[in-house]
Write a protein that binds this ligand. Structure first.
Ligand SMILES: *[C@@H]1O[C@H](CO)[C@@H](O)[C@H](O)[C@H]1NC(C)=O
Ligand SMILES: *[C@@H]1O[C@H](CO)[C@@H](O)[C@H](O)[C@H]1NC(C)=O
Length: 245
């Protein structure tokens, strides 16, 4: 199991019999599921046998033995007990948030900037700044045009849960490109010391490689051409530097 997927706050209450041969205990579990839901369970064990429990997901007490059936039925009819358990569930929710803050370290996002077909006709171009796999949820994604914040024609998704404790968010900018301008996606997150800037480069890396390869080819061709010209000149009669007498 992913270490971030499971968190359990345990409270143990032990009670021993006089003889010391048998013991019972109550167990309160405040548990976070992988979908970030809280499950609160209060269980009573006697000699390792589960007698009864309150399950916050079901919202009631249930009995696991015949002997406790009647007690449990009465508990389920008792609004005070049910109300108290719902209160405990709320406490569990708050405590878990606090515990998460202590145990879960921020995770740095991975950012990708790409251009897509514009969805509307007002602007011919659209960029997506996709920010993946960050924790915690709080994040700020801003667009800058030549260093100035752009607020119009910007849309964004919510912070979407990946289901593994990490989040992703996608911000869209619709714009009309201007020659020589610089468009930047700025990401602010607690995992960064300073805001991180991702500049939009209209020429993708693969294209750059092609250009680099093309340039190298061209230079190589030029080198052969120069060598060729020199050799040609050297071998041209009358222009030879070596006397032939
Ligand atoms: C609590 O109740 C829910 C819904 O009824 C169930 O899916 C879950 O397994 C129960 N948990 C335990 C520990 O019994
Ligand atoms: C507790 O609630 C669950 C789901 O709502 C239900 O199936 C179950 O019969 C209830 N148990 C009791 C003892 O009321």
């Amino acid at each position: 199991m992913h270490p971030r997927c499971f968190l359990l706050l345990l409270c143990l209450f032990l009670f021993f019999s006089r003889t010391g041969a048998v013991f019972g205990y109550g167990l309160i579990r405040c548990q976070l599921t992988s979908t970030n839901d809280v499950a609160y369970l209060a269980q009573i064990y006697f000699n390792k046998v589960l007698l009864a429990q309150y399950n916050s997901t079901a919202g009631n007490f249930s009995s696991y033995t015949e002997s406790t059936k009647e007690i449990v039925d009465n508990l389920n009819k008792n609004p005070t007990f049910l109300k108290q358990e719902r209160k405990n569930e709320e406490t569990c929710r708050t405590d878990i948030q606090l515990a998460l803050g202590l145990f879960l370290k921020p995770v740095e996002p991975y950012v990708s900037l790409k251009s897509v077909e514009a969805a509307s006709s007002t602007h011919p171009a659209m960029l997506i700044c996709s920010v993946y796999n960050f924790y915690p949820k709080q994040i700020k994604v801003t667009w800058l045009r030549d260093g100035k914040e752009v607020t119009s024609d910007v849309t964004s998704t919510e912070e979407l849960s990946n289901g593994n404790w990490l989040y992703q968010i996608h911000s869209y900018l619709e714009y009309t490109p201007r020659f020589g301008e610089k468009i930047t996606c700025m990401v602010e997150h607690v995992s960064f010391q300073d805001p991180k800037l991702y500049d939009w480069d209209p020429i993708p890396a693969s294209e750059k490689n092609k250009i680099a390869a093309g340039t190298a080819g061209l230079l190589l061709g030029l080198a052969f051409l120069i060598v060729g010209i020199i050799c040609y000149k050297k071998n041209t009669p009358g222009r030879s530097l070596v006397p032939t007498s």
